[in-house]
Design a protein around this ligand. Structure first.
Ligand SMILES: Cc1cc2nc3c(=O)[nH]c(=O)nc-3n(C[C@H](O)[C@H](O)[C@H](O)COP(=O)(O)OP(=O)(O)OC[C@H]3O[C@@H](n4cnc5c(N)ncnc54)[C@H](O)[C@@H]3O)c2cc1C
Length: 534
């Protein structure tokens, strides 16, 4: 499935840092200034820019360095929400699922799932729910839910435990490459005129007469600060939104109660030999009553996830031993070849920005919803958090609508991104490649030729990564460090931390040529150790 895109897609827009910083230094009053370059902030940046608004976004680290590179990689309605009876939520997410698959077919694709049943009642019980899931999707459905015999289940799930297996249910959802999707949002917003700068933290908010009128940001590479004025300031800092809300409260003399209660989710990545099929596996009820997935992704298998309350807000949260043991013991129940600690190639952890009920006196809480939350403070600071990756676009629309209603921007009601293909979505000669298969050029979609035109195209560094891809990342994809390339432009750190360590020196040498800066190799070596299980 391919869609047309702006002709500009053929010539990638350079992301030369000196140019970005020169633009940042200009005395401009923006319509919208966004803090945070994860799914939420980037979605809002694209929506606002597509409406013709003047947009700036600052991200303290790299785009998607936070939760948005650490998802289970599912573009889904959420079978769990269906079990909770949250019909409207599931319907919206299913609608968004098909929008995303249409607008970014190189980064988000349908994926068949199988739920194996080891109790006689599981097929009719869960099957009925999954049929309802399919019905709710309506025209946005990706394929029919099917009841499977024992033999059919084993055929679709090679590697699944045959002992006691009764049958199964097959249903459809989607999968994606989260960090590259974030980048596609950033670059598409830039094509629409937005200025986006990574490694630039919002260190303070600017207030005049009790209203927020902009922010102060600091370039993390030079330490230089800039004042950005904006009619509407949006706090999309994920689990870190409360830091900015506190600053806002202090400036206007109001006490602010924290709105986020973070919860962490751990993923383990193992070799495909543990689960060699091309269908994902859903465990509908683990020992602690959650769902667990085994998802084929970029030639490996992701196992996860957990749900553990966290009170600190680490940039690189670490898995607890119990979480790792839990995932491995659940996997052992369903897979013939059970992975052990030594088989784990990478472990990574994301923080969910779960939203506490709000009773902040003076805050406008009308925007509260169970999925995502939008709060507009007395000063006019707009905070948006919660929700999920799949619904980033609908969230962005909601933010724009609320900002319009609050007269922070001109009220414009029309949808602008529903039929807006993301960069790379244009027609390509190459056959569609599956995201479940090992990474390569296909993730670049219609930009493959532009990547191949870079110096070093034939030089393979390893794991599908070429010299040309590293150069492309530095010139057109905002990459500054070895981590940016190995964690988010390619996903090697998330797939195989040891291999990422091996490739790091070669990546560092190319990046240094491109940027003339220290590519932070030593820092990357320390980081990669955390993705390895000792
Ligand atoms: C374990 C797990 C699995 C998940 N799986 C799925 C899934 O399969 N499918 C799905 O649809 N959803 C999934 N989600 C949900 C989804 O990942 C999140 O909803 C989404 O990524 C949140 O994006 P965000 O932009 O709000 O937060 P983030 O991605 O954390 O972005 C916030 C950004 O703000 C930046 N920032 C913070 N402070 C400042 C500052 N002062 N100045 C500038 N920048 C700042 C941070 O560096 C960060 O990059 C999952 C979540 C978790 C935790």
């Amino acid at each position: 499935m391919t869609s047309p895109i702006d002709p500009q897609d053929a010539i990638p827009l350079a992301t030369l840092r000196a140019d970005l910083l020169a633009r940042l230094a200009q005395p401009v009053t923006y319509d919208v200034a966004i803090i945070g370059g994860g799914a939420t902030g980037l979605g809002v940046a694209l929506d606002a820019a597509a409406r013709g608004l003047k947009v700036v976004l600052v991200e303290s680290h790299d785009f998607a360095k936070g939760t948005s590179s650490r998802a289970t990689k599912l573009v889904h309605g959420g079978v769990r929400y269906l079990a909770q009876g949250n019909i409207s939520l599931v319907r919206e997410a299913l609608h968004e699922r098909s929008t995303l698959l249409r607008n970014a077919p190189h980064l988000a694709q349908p994926l068949p799932f199988v739920m194996p049943a080891y109790q006689w009642w599981e097929v009719p019980f869960y099957g009925a729910g999954l049929k309802a899931y399919d019905l709710l999707a309506g025209k946005a459905g990706l394929g029919p839910t099917e009841f499977l015999s024992r033999r059919e289940t084993l055929k679709l799930l090679p590697g699944a435990q045959p002992a006691g297996l009764q049958g199964g249910v097959k249903y459809w959802d989607g999968q994606f490459d989260d960090a590259r999707l974030a980048l596609a949002l950033a670059r598409t917003a830039a094509l629409k005129g937005a200025l986006l700068v990574n490694y630039c933290a919002a260190t303070d908010l600017l207030h005049e007469a009790g209203k927020v009128v902009g922010l102060i940001c600091t370039d993390q590479e030079t330490g230089n600060s800039h004042t950005l004025r904006a009619k509407c300031v949006i706090n999309a800092a994920g689990v870190w939104v409360d830091e900015l809300r506190q600053k806002d409260g202090q400036a206007i003399g109001r006490e602010v109660k924290p709105m986020v209660a973070p919860s962490q989710g751990v993923h383990l990545v193992v070799d495909r030999s543990f689960f060699p099929g091309d269908h994902a596996l859903l465990v509908p009820k683990t020992a602690d009553g959650r769902v667990l997935f085994a998802v084929p992704w970029l030639g490996h298998v992701i196992l996860g996830t957990t749900d553990t309350p966290r009170h600190d807000l680490a940039r690189e949260p670490e898995a607890f031993k119990e979480e790792i043991d839990f995932i491995l013991s659940e996997a052992a129940k369903y897979l013939v070849k059970a992975p052990a600690r030594a088989d784990v190639k990478s472990v990574w952890v994301g923080l969910r920005p779960l939203v506490k009920p709000q009773d902040d006196e003076g805050d406008n809480t009308k925007g509260l919803s169970r999925e995502h939350t939008i709060l507009i403070s007395r000063s006019g600071l707009v905070t948006v958090t919660g929700g999920k990756w799949t619904t980033y676009r609908a969230m962005a629309e909601d933010v724009m609508e609320k900002c319009g209603n609050a007269s922070l921007i001109k009220a414009i009601l029309s949808e602008v991104t529903a039929n807006l293909p993301l960069i790379g979505a244009g027609a390509t000669e190459a056959p569609q490649h599956r995201i479940s298969e090992p990474a390569g050029l296909h993730g670049y979609g219609s930009e493959q030729a532009a990547v191949q035109a870079m110096p070093g195209a034939p030089r393979l560094l390893g794991a599908g990564l070429t010299e040309a891809m590293v150069r492309f990342a530095a010139r057109f994809e905002y990459a500054r460090s070895v981590e940016d390339v190995l964690a988010r432009r390619s996903r090697i750190l998330f797939l195989d931390a040891r291999l990422a360590l091996e490739l790091a020196p070669a990546v560092a040498a190319i990046l240094e040529q491109e940027t003339g800066l220290d590519p932070r190799l030593a820092e990357f070596r320390d980081l990669a150790q955390r993705y390895l299980l000792a």
